[in-house]
Write a protein of this length. Sequence first.
Length: 135
Amino acid sequence: MTTLDTIREVSEIVQSFGVGIGALLGGIGALKVFTDWRTKRKAMKAKLKWKRLYPPDKLDVDFKLLRHSYSQDKGSNVIGSADEVYICDNRSNSKHWVANLKTLKSLGFNSGQVKGVAKTELEKYRSDEAIDLTD
C-alpha cells in the first residue's frame, strides 16, 4: 500500500465521519422543529375544542362566566388577581376554572362579561377540567 492509498483511505473515513455527524446534527435540528410544531398543534387543538364547546354567542344560554372574589364582598365589581373565573356549563352542571385573563380572551370573552356571584352559587357546579391556553 502506497502513501497515496493511505491518504485516500483516511480521507474517505473522515468524509464518512463528517457525513454521519452532519446527519446526526440535522436529525437533532429536525426533532426540535417537529416537537415545536407538535406543541403548537396541540395548543391549537385545545383552543378549538374549548371554542366549540363555549362559543361567545351561547354565553348566558348554555353556560355562564362566573367568579367569586373576596373584594366582591366589599362592593367591587372589578376582576382582581385573587379572583377565580369559571365557565359554568348549564348543560352538564360542571365548572371549568379559567387559568388567566389571556385564556379568557383567547376564547373570545372579556372581563366585562364575567358576573360576580356568591361562593355558594359556584359550589352548585361540579369541578371539571381547568382551561389554560397560555403558551
